[in-house]
Design a protein around this ligand. Structure first.
Ligand code: PMP
Length: 361
């Protein structure tokens, strides 16, 4: 086991079993006498590993055959540019649903490539933040696509229902929610996720795209960001992040051993409920997000007396609970509890929160 429980929002903790397996295989993978990271991406051994990882992801997410799975570079922000370059044709506009800081950043980047309409969907009612009913979102019927972020990592706001876009391709940033709960891929034109939360280490970005959307890229799209070119070359148009791909494959196998996505969702719900229920029952801590929109993966909470923030963080660290500081834009605390966080970590956190509240009330 790791010496601490790491609540970092990303790069986040990886399952202990995965880290141990990687350690065992570090210098001699699969009897090749080399580390995975020393093999050619075009070697038959690596190609087999790559294909297995894709097959496991397809199985875990029930990805239909008419979708390509791309293993890319460039992180979530790379996709903020790649999406409009590949999907926003001349004379068209795209709609961006704004539910927090990452969807806002995606919209800002997309503005470099065309006309972007933003639609704010978070309102505050009596100090509580909530997402408006998606049926009321003014989505343009002629938009090239609609972009949204189902889980806002910084704000702790999650949109569980998939919005109806009446045929306009739906594009989703799943960076902090991929594989945490089952989603119906067929409802999306494209989904993407940086790996560093629920998939593996940073450096790898997964794109799952409906084949019908390929081949429309703007002429000046860099080749390494052109979805069709990446798809036609099985994500090996240029050297992919091979070691991250390998680790992602180990994480997919681990998740299958846990019983798959639905099984981990149950654990994720329990973990999140443990924190939210305690926060709601206490005057010492608060979370001002409507229950229906509370994130399963990133749980922000605030000490009612902010003057105690640094003491809380220092003592949490002494107790082996690290990386709980909230994002600088929102302050307070944030417990990121991705798939790899064991329930014992959340129990330890809630017990610490209770003890800290008792001592400091
Ligand atoms: N989207 C979301 C939802 C994120 O949480 C993050 C990173 N935390 C990003 C995009 C940006 O990802 P990257 O740093 O990989 O570019």
């Amino acid at each position: 086991m790791s010496a601490v429980f790491n609540f970092c929002a990303g790069p986040a903790m990886l399952p202990t079993q995965v880290m141990q397996k990687a350690q065992q295989e570090f210098i001699n993978w699969n009897n090749t006498g080399c580390s995975v990271m020393e093999l050619s991406h075009r070697s038959k051994e690596f190609m087999a590993l790559a294909a297995q990882a894709e097959a496991d992801l397809r199985e875990l997410m029930h990805i239909p055959e008419n979708y390509k799975v791309l293993f890319c570079h460039g992180g979530g922000r790379g996709q903020f540019s790649a999406i409009p370059m590949n999907l926003l044709k001349e004379g068209q506009s795209a709609d961006y649903i704004i539910s927090g800081s990452w969807s806002k950043a995606a919209a800002k980047e997309a503005q470099n490539y065309g006309v972007i309409n933003t639609i704010n969907v978070v309102e505050e009612v009596e100090g509580v933040k909530q997402v408006t009913d998606s049926a009321t979102w003014p989505i343009s019927s002629d938009a090239a696509y609609v972009h949204y972020c189902p889980n806002e990592t910084v704000d702790g706001i999650e949109i569980f229902e998939i919005p109806e876009t009446n045929g306009v391709p739906l594009v989703a940033d799943l960076s902090s929610t991929i594989l945490s709960r089952d989603i119906d891929i067929s409802k999306f034109g494209l989904i993407y996720a940086g790996a560093q939360k629920n998939i593996g280490p940073s450096g790898l970005t997964i794109v799952i795209v409906d084949e019908a959307l390929l081949g429309q890229a703007k002429l000046n799209t860099p080749s390494i960001m052109n979805y069709k070119l990446i798809a036609d070359n099985d994500s090996m148009y240029n050297t992919p992040p091979t070691y991250a791909w390998y680790l992602a494959g180990l994480v997919f196998q681990w998740l299958k051993e846990q019983g798959g996505v639905n099984a981990i969702t149950e654990v994720n719900q329990q973990k999140a409920q443990m924190i939210y229920q305690y926060v709601d029952s206490s005057d010492f801590y608060q979370n001002k997000i409507k229950t229906a929109n509370r994130s399963l993966m990133n749980v922000p909470f605030w000490l009612t007396d902010e003057a105690l923030d640094s003491k809380f963080l220092a003592q949490a660290k002494e107790n082996g609970l690290v990386a709980l500081k909230g994002h600088r834009s929102v302050g307070g605390m944030r417990a990121s509890i991705y798939n790899a966080m064991p329930i014992e970590g959340v129990e330890a956190l809630v017990n610490f929160m209770k003890a800290f509240a008792k001592e400091n009330s």
